[in-house]
Write a protein that binds this ligand. Structure first.
Ligand code: AMP
Ligand code: GLY
Length: 434
């Protein structure tokens, strides 16, 4: 082939993407997922709904008003694959995956009926018990009297609102006063709207997040992670969406991972098949490593945030083709491999978070970061073209290393270059042994 012809071929090829993808979401997790899709060897054209200023250069924002308009938009624009980053659309209206199926668009994210594993704590608990998956004992309650009876003076106790509550529907209560306060908010004031409440046994032990790509009766486990949910060092203070995460295959030894697979992951995937719950997408297992063995505390029907930001840089291969094939029913495990090292994700949050959040603080120092990936969670460009805060969790800074502490040090060295008024961070992410 002459050079001229060769060049023509390459240019022509580049302008016709092999895959058009739409990702649902707008946060740091979606920024990380889209970065990984764009780094896949296959030529992609990626869109994001609703998207963000930071994501837009890689994936243009889709400006539609709701799920049905989004489905129409995807059909009109010949989208090859829809990926659910965040969970809310999975259970909205008829469900994202159900509607995609109706118009023939493969969706990486489960059907509405299966996404109840995340949307209803009671549905999830019944599923776990039905399939003998180890978890804490629990009682479903309709009102405050039933809840008080279920607690029966046993503290600490765990109270869980039975619906989506943006990560704020769970309270671990040390005493009656804190339990009464939460019960009042949820069952009397109805802070999260109508819904039941689960009173659950309080489990003790280190927490681990396991992610599996589930495709019908098959699955592949990604790199395990630990997230840091509390706002303060030493896991003190209120729960947040996550203030950091550490990911590595070395986080859990091979024997323990095998046990988790045998007692939790495989029975879950088999249970979905037995119950006729279609599942193609990421499934997140929130686990507690108790002295009685690993137990599940929650399912999420998506990747974790901020765990995704830590895990994705460790994933090598063609994640775009992987998700498309799996959404069509074929799990091609050999398209991916996983780095052996460590990855550390640190979150910078805005003033007031998690009780409130402040927007409009100008962010400086992003240009000086040269040894980390920075994913934007809550930012926007102001009229002067500067980045400013726009939400609770603002930025995720991610660095890697061959060992845990070198990854931690690298991430903190880069994080310290970024500034905005009222910025909050933890200084102990990844520093303690597990
Ligand atoms: P969830 O939204 O279910 O992940 O719960 C949020 C956090 O509450 C978890 O990450 C745990 O730290 C804590 N938690 C949930 N369930 C339990 C439990 N049964 N025992 C102790 N802590 C729990
Ligand atoms: N990292 C917790 C979550 O994604 O729910």
């Amino acid at each position: 082939m002459s050079t001229e012809k060769h060049l023509f071929f390459r240019l022509g090829f580049a302008s016709f993407p092999e895959m058009k993808i739409l990702v649902v979401g707008k946060g740091g997790r979606e920024h990380a997922l889209i970065t990984a899709l764009k780094e896949s060897p296959v030529e992609t054209e990626v869109y994001c709904f609703p998207g963000s200023d930071a994501i837009a250069p890689m994936a243009a924002s889709v400006d539609v008003d709701g799920l049905h308009s989004l489905i129409d938009w995807m059909s009109t624009h010949a989208i090859d694959l829809c990926i659910a980053g965040e969970e809310s659309y999975l259970v909205k209206d008829e469900g994202l995956a159900n509607l995609c199926e109706r118009v023939g668009i493969p969706c990486w994210g489960p059907h509405k009926q299966s996404a109840q594993l995340e949307a209803s704590k009671e549905f999830a608990k019944e599923f776990m018990l039905r399939h003998s998956i180890p978890t804490g004992a629990a009682t479903g309650c309709a009102d405050i009297d039933e809840a008080r009876a279920a607690i029966h003076g046993n503290y600490p106790t765990v109270l869980k609102f039975d619906g989506l509550a943006a990560g704020k529907g769970v309270a671990v209560c040390a005493d009656e006063a804190s339990a009464e306060a939460f019960l009042n908010e949820v069952l009397v004031e109805r802070k999260f709207g109508a819904g039941r409440l689960l009173v659950e046994e309080c489990l003790v032990g280190p927490e681990v997040s396991i992610f599996a790509a589930v495709c019908d009766d098959e699955y592949q486990i990604f790199t395990p992670a630990r997230d840091y949910k509390r706002i303060g060092n030493n896991d003190e203070g209120p729960n947040t969406g996550g203030m950091g995460a550490v990911a590595s295959r070395q986080l859990i030894d091979a024997e323990t991972l095998k046990l988790i697979e045998k007692t939790i992951v495989r029975p879950t995937v088999d249970g979905l098949v037995k119950d006729g719950l279609p599942y193609r997408g990421y499934l997140y297992f929130g686990l507690m490593m108790t002295s009685d063995g690993p137990k599940i505390i929650e399912y999420n029907c998506r990747f974790g945030d901020p765990e995704c930001q830590a895990v994705m840089p460790l994933v090598q291969g063609d994640i775009a083709s992987y998700c498309l094939a799996a959404a069509k029913g074929e799990l091609k495990s050999d398209l991916l491999s996983f780095d052996e090292g460590w990855s550390v994700c640190l979150i910078l949050a805005s003033a007031g978070y998690p009780a409130s959040s402040r927007s409009g603080d100008v962010i400086s120092g992003l240009d000086h970061v040269d040894d980390a990936r920075v994913y934007h969670a809550g930012t926007m460009r102001n009229a002067d073209g500067q980045w400013e805060t726009n939400g609770g969790r603002v930025l995720a800074v991610v660095s890697g290393g061959d060992d845990r502490l070198s990854a931690v040090d690298a991430a903190y060295a880069e994080l310290d270059k970024i500034h905005f008024d009222g910025a909050q961070k933890r200084t102990d992410i990844g520093r303690m042994n597990f």
